[in-house]
Design a protein around this ligand. Structure first.
Ligand SMILES: [Zn+2]
Length: 303
């Protein structure tokens, strides 16, 4: 069995989300490539448009950190089959525990996105990879994991017009960027862009409509404190055109969904911030767009 072949499991991802009384046919996994396409070998010719350093990182840092395909083989890891998580809150669910209206733990709550797509729970190989990407800054590993997430998105939402999709990595504050070796969500987005271009024919643009203020690290904080800590820290860039987002599907990209506070804040900044004038009054016409949250892993499921 090829490592990319999904485990037979009813796919229950419903995109776009539908009301509970509608009963859409389950989507069958038909876009997952049966084998990973061979990567273009690194060339020492024209490096443009990437910087030389990015090229060196992507080409050679795989040597220092075991390549992603090899790790997957060694640990027999596979992306989680669609249907094993609640597409509303992203938490793991058992058979028949979730539908388009959510699961027992999220049905009564509001979520600002239309759906969550994930590669798996935050444990084992995914957890190790995320920590290495974040703290050791392995760009090659980040783009490989991003490709994996891109394949999962393509499988979940099916063929799309690449021009109607915007890839939006969760922004990093400038001060945080100075402390970290890599803008990891942007690197994930680069990988996702490559994978989706293979599926949809053309690359979808990566866009960064938001600014983010620096806040102390979110780790080891309670869910409530995380929410409070991050509230109001993101805002749309003043020159961000509202019409650019109208009618689009925005794929918000992050590494881990823990409390959901970061993704919620990004959605709030997009939905509320872009719909207000500079004086804070709501605009009459608001850009309509749908938001998908694509995360590598979901953590804190039993907390
Ligand atoms: Zn749920």
């Amino acid at each position: 069995m090829s490592p990319r072949e999904p485990i037979p499991k009813p796919a229950r991802f419903i995109w776009p989300p539908q009301p509970l009384d509608a009963s859409p046919a389950p989507r069958t996994p038909q876009h997952r490539p049966s084998a990973k396409p061979s990567r273009r070998p690194p060339t020492l010719g024209v490096i443009d448009p990437r910087s030389l350093w990015e090229h060196v990182e992507e080409t050679w840092l795989g040597v220092l950190s075991p390549a992603w395909p090899r790790r997957c083989r060694e640990t027999t890891w596979q992306p989680e089959p669609i249907g094993l998580w609640c597409q509303r809150c992203g938490r793991s669910v058992g058979d028949f525990e979730a539908d388009a209206g959510g699961c027992a733990s999220c049905r009564e709550t509001k979520v600002p996105w239309d759906a969550v797509i994930r590669l798996g729970p935050y444990e084992g190989l995914l957890r190790d990879a995320i920590l290495e990407i974040k703290h050791a800054g392995f760009r090659r590993l980040a783009t490989d994991v991003g490709r994996e997430l891109g394949d999962q998105v393509a499988l979940a939402i099916g063929p799309q017009d690449p021009d109607a999709v915007l890839l939006v990595p969760i922004p990093m504050a400038l001060r945080r960027r100075a402390q970290r070796p890599l803008d990891h969500t942007h690197a994930l987005a680069r990988g996702m862009q490559a994978a989706l271009a293979e599926q949809w024919g053309r690359p979808s643009p990566i866009s960064q409509p938001l600014f983010r203020q620096f806040t102390p690290t979110q780790q080891a904080k309670s869910f409530d404190l995380r929410r409070k800590n991050i509230r109001g820290t993101m805002r749309p860039k003043p020159w961000q055109s509202r019409s650019e987002l109208a009618g689009k599907t925005l794929i918000l990209i992050d590494d881990v969904l823990t409390s959901g506070a970061t993704l919620e804040e990004a959605c709030r900044a997009l939905l509320v911030g872009l719909n207000r004038s500079t004086k804070g009054t709501p605009r009459e016409e608001s850009p309509q767009f749908s938001v998908l949250a694509a995360v590598v892993a979901v953590a804190g499921e039993r907390g």
